[in-house]
Design a protein around this ligand. Sequence first.
Ligand code: S3P
Length: 163
Amino acid sequence: MPIFLTGFMGVGKTTVGKRLGELQQLPVIDMDHYIEEKEGMKIKDIFSEKGEWHFRSIETAALKDLMKVEAVITTGGGIIERLENREMLAAVQTVFHLFCSFEVLWERLEGDSERPLVQKNSMDGLLELYNRRLPLYRNVSKIEIDTTYKTIDETISELKRNL
Ligand code: S3P
């Protein structure tokens, strides 16, 4: 079974996932990267040329591909947008939600030019998205780790304790 890391943009899923993979000697698959390779396009270009709805369909197809892989899988922050994805994730025991306060996330995300939803939204818009998504991450995840005041190493230790 894969180990899934979920959470809002900027929470550190990719960084934490890489380290966890090294420690557990598991391959690491970053879903955004997987999609970019498969489509031969950057995420931001998929959004601008084909639209978010299309991206979500590719994302669901990617999740289906990866459901049985023995790996650490770092999901994109919008993986919980589709009910189908939420149902797939809810059936897995090893789904972690990396939580972080919005204030801390905003400091990291402000001005990010690679993330289309940061480009598109004001701070208030992003906060609204954050608040709407929070219960969805919580519903699909078995364990939540509050990373707000934690170093990467502390987050990893807590993850490992819960594996
Ligand atoms: C998205 C998050 C991004 C990426 C895309 C959409 C979202 O991934 O999948 O830009 O809807 O939150 P990260 O969470 O890795 O930034």
